[in-house]
Design a protein. Structure first.
Length: 81
């Protein structure tokens, strides 16, 4: 039996403070996509893919646990928190 996905939302998991090469602070959000379904037993939330973005919505790639990269410019960011 298939259930209807009513919505997909972004759940913020963590806020990370980083610095760029000019020592400018940049805040990154780690998020997870969550699909919400109405099932006969009630509402179900199914966790999905995780990702990173700046607080302004720019995509960010995880390089390692302390280094991130802005997708648009290739600039590296170092975790400071």
């Amino acid at each position: 039996m298939r259930f209807h996905v009513d919505c997909v939302r972004k759940q913020i998991l963590e806020e990370i403070v980083c610095r760029d090469s000019k020592e400018t602070r940049i805040r990154i959000l780690r998020y997870q996509m969550v699909s919400v379904e109405n099932a006969p037993q009630g509402v179900r939330e199914r966790p999905g893919a995780q990702g990173w973005e700046t607080i302004f919505g720019e995509q960010v790639k995880l390089i390692d646990k302390n280094i991130y990269q802005l997708v648009s410019s290739g600039e590296l960011l170092e975790r400071s928190s």
